[in-house]
Design a protein around this ligand. Structure first.
Ligand code: MG
Length: 384
C-alpha cells in the first residue's frame, strides 16, 4: 500500500517539488494539500492529484477555492489546517509552510503521533525544546527536509551516537561572499542567490547568513549535539551538503548537485531510498571544491543566531521574529541590508530571555518581538 502523504504549503517551492517527487513514485500517495492563499495553484494541484481535501489558511481564499472545487472538502483558517491533519489520516505530514505559521501544524501532527517531514525551519528554531519533547512523547519521527540536515541525517545512519564528535554545515556564503562593505546592497542583488532557487525571505536569510544560524539551531535540536560541536564552513559550489566528524578523525561528506528533490525524496520515502531523476554529479566536470571560514564581520547574523540558540528559551523565537520583520522592511526598501542585523541584535537586547514551558508562551513572545522589531526598523530609517 502506498504511503499516505499530506502536503502543507503545497504551492511554495518545496511543496511543488514534493508534488513532483510524489507524482513519480508508486510508493507515495497525496491525501491532502494546504496553502495560504494561492487559490489558482492549489485548485490546479487538487485536480491533478485528485485529493479529497484542501485547506487554505486565508478564509477568503478558502471561499473562492470551495466555489471552484465542487465536491472536494475545502477547509479554512488555522483550524482548517488542524482538521486537515486529523481528518485525512496521513502516514506522513510534509510541513513546507513558510514562517512561524508552520509551528502550529507541527504541533498538531506530532501530537497525533504522525511522522513529520520538516521543511519549516521555524518549528525547530522557535519551538525546538518543546517540539522535540513532544515528538519523543508520542513516538512520532521528525525527518529533516532542509538539504544540510538531510545530508547529516543520512550520514548518521549506522553510526552510533557516541562516535559523532562534530557536525559541519556547509553554507554557500550567499551573493555577498567576499564583497566587504554591504551597506548599499539592494533587494534585487540580495535576491540573486548563486546556487539555490528559493523563496523571498530564505534568499535574504541566505545573504545575511542568518539562515545558516537558524540551521545551526535546527541541527542542535534534530541531532542533540551541543552548539560548540556544530560548525559552519563556507562552500560556494553547494556540492558538499554537509559533513560529520567521527571519533577516529574521519569526516564523512554528502555530495550531489544542488536539487531539493533529493532531500525531499529521502524524507518522504524514509526508511527506504527511492530512484530520483535528477542530474548526476560529475566531479571532474565541477573541477574544484572551495572552502573558507565564514566572515564574522560581514555577516554578524550568524553569531547572533548561535548566541540566541545557546541562550535557549525565548531567545531563538525573538531572533526569528525580529529577522522576519527586518527582512520584510529591507525588501520594501525601508531599511538598509546591514540594518537587518542591527534590528535582530536590538530585539534580543530589548527582550529578556525567559524559559519556555508551553507553546502559548512562544506565540506571545513572537508577537511581542515583532512589535519591538517594528519599532526598531522605524528607528533605523531608510537606506542612504
Ligand atoms: Mg538549507
Amino acid at each position: 500500500m502506498a504511503k499516505r502523504v499530506l502536503i502543507l504549503g503545497s504551492t511554495g517551492s518545496i511543496g511543488e517539488q514534493a508534488l513532483d517527487v510524489v507524482s513519480r513514485s508508486p510508493e507515495l500517495e497525496v491525501v491532502g494539500l494546504s496553502a495560504a492563499r494561492n487559490v489558482e495553484r492549489v485548485c490546479a494541484q487538487a485536480a491533478k492529484t485528485k485529493v479529497g481535501a484542501v485547506a487554505l489558511s486565508d478564509p477568503a481564499a478558502a471561499e473562492l477555492a470551495a466555489a471552484r472545487l465542487g465536491d472536494r472538502r475545502v477547509l479554512a483558517g488555522a483550524e482548517g489546517v488542524r482538521e486537515l491533519i486529523a481528518g485525512t489520516e496521513p502516514d506522513l505530514v510534509l510541513n513546507a509552510i513558510v514562517g512561524t505559521a508552520g509551528l502550529g501544524p507541527t504541533i498538531v501532527a506530532l501530537s497525533e503521533g504522525i511522522d513529520l517531514a520538516l521543511a519549516n525551519k521555524e518549528s525547530l528554531v522557535v519551538g525546538g525544546e518543546l517540539v522535540t519533547a513532544l515528538a519523543e512523547a508520542t513516538g512520532a519521527r521528525i525527518l529533516p527536509v532542509d538539504s544540510e540536515h538531510s545530508a547529516i541525517f543520512q550520514l548518521l545512519r549506522g553510526e552510533s551516537p557516541g562516535t559523532v564528535e562534530r557536525l559541519i554545515l556547509t553554507a554557500s556564503g550567499g551573493p555577498f561572499r567576499g564583497r566587504g562593505e554591504l551597506g548599499d546592497v539592494t533587494p534585487q542583488e540580495a535576491l540573486a542567490h548563486p546556487t539555490w532557487e528559493m523563496g523571498g525571505r530564505i534568499t535574504i536569510d541566505s545573504a545575511t547568513l542568518v539562515n545558516k544560524g537558524l540551521e545551526v539551531i535546527e541541527a542542535h535540536h534534530l541531532f542533540g549535539l551541543a552548539y560548540e560541536r556544530i560548525d559552519v564552513v563556507v562552500h560556494p559550489q553547494s556540492i558538499v551538503h554537509s559533513l560529520i566528524e567521527l571519533n577516529d578523525g574521519a569526516q564523512l561528506a554528502h555530495l550531489g548537485l544542488p536539487d531539493m528533490r533529493v532531500p525531499i525524496s529521502f524524507a518522504l520515502h524514509h526508511p527506504e531510498r527511492a530512484d530520483v531523476t535528477v542530474p548526476r554529479l560529475d566531479l571532474a566536470a565541477v573541477g574544484r571544491l572551495d572552502f573558507e571560514p565564514p566572515d564574522p564581520e560581514a555577516f554578524p547574523c550568524l553569531a547572533l543566531a548561535r548566541e540566541a540558540g545557546a541562550a535557549g528559551g525565548t531567545a531563538p523565537c525573538v531572533l526569528n521574529a525580529a529577522d522576519e520583520v527586518a527582512v520584510a522592511a529591507f525588501l520594501e526598501g525601508r531599511i538598509a541590508f546591514t540594518a537587518i542585523a542591527e534590528v535582530i541584535a536590538g530585539a534580543l537586547d530589548a527582550l529578556e530571555t525567559a524559559p519556555v514551558g508551553h507553546f502559548e508562551e512562544l506565540f506571545e513572545c513572537d508577537l511581542r518581538a515583532r512589535e519591538v522589531a517594528a519599532e526598531l526598523t522605524e528607528a533605523a530609517g531608510a537606506p542612504a
